[in-house]
Design a protein around this ligand. Structure first.
Ligand code: PRP
Length: 208
């Protein structure tokens, strides 16, 4: 059996649809139980916070995991990236009240974000002095209240930015969900992992 960590939240529904389209039938996950199995008893699925998926996989609590590239880049975990699953598309962006708000800055730029490493790395590479302020949610409020000059965050539909009067200033990278593997499990459970990959690839090629 292999254990696969799935992320709660925006990627969960798409992950479950993907399993179904691969012919992997699962018990309907109940609202409180944090693990479930497929009907053939080959796979155990864990329901974990999106930010924790790569940690479960890196430390071998799960053999495989489904994680957004946005979260994976931020965590810098030591795992293998096996496959871009093509689900959960979003963009990592710099956003602010108006498109020129960073051009006018002569001093340090204040950046609010959940993605501290991503933001630091981005502004460092641009040669811009940035003070990065860690927030855990509702990031879009920060520039509105003057807490920061801009934010680094993901944009999916764009509705949150629009409804809070913010605009994309720069795009950092595009993100989709990646299937990751523990580095030891990849070799010790290669046959089972290959079978799982085969089911996904087959389903992708019939829907393409
Ligand atoms: C993310 C992100 C934005 C929003 C963007 O937050 O931080 O706030 O989604 O999505 P949109 O472009 O479709 O409006 P999430 O919903 O993951 O909640 P969180 O702030 O609690 O992490």
């Amino acid at each position: 059996m292999i254990t696969i960590a799935l992320p709660k939240g925006r990627l969960m529904d798409e992950s479950l649809s993907m399993l179904l389209s691969c012919g992997i039938e699962v018990e309907a996950p109940s609202s409180r139980k944090l693990f479930f199995f497929d009907k053939n008893g080959k796979y155990k699925f864990l329901i974990v916070r999106a930010q924790d998926v790569a940690t479960y996989v890196e430390y071998a609590a799960a053999d495989l995991g489904v994680v957004g590239r946005d979260v994976l880049v931020e965590s810098n975990s030591d795992v293998f990236e096996l496959l871009d699953l093509g689900i959960g598309y979003c963009k990592m962006v710099v956003a602010g009240k108006d498109r020129n708000c960073l051009n006018e800055k002569t001093s340090t730029v204040r950046v609010a974000t959940k993605f501290v490493n991503t933001a630091k790395d981005y502004f460092l590479k641009k040669g811009v002095n940035a003070e990065v302020i860690k927030l855990y949610g509702s990031i879009e409020l920060a520039p509105i209240l003057g807490l920061s000059d801009c934010i680094v965050d993901i944009v999916s539909t764009g509705r949150t930015l629009k409804e809070n009067g913010l605009h994309v200033i720069e795009e950092i990278f595009e993100s989709t969900a990646i299937l990751i593997s523990n580095k030891i499990s990849y070799y010790t459970k290669y046959v089972l992992i290959k079978e799982f990959l085969g089911a996904i690839n087959e389903s992708n090629s019939t829907t393409a």
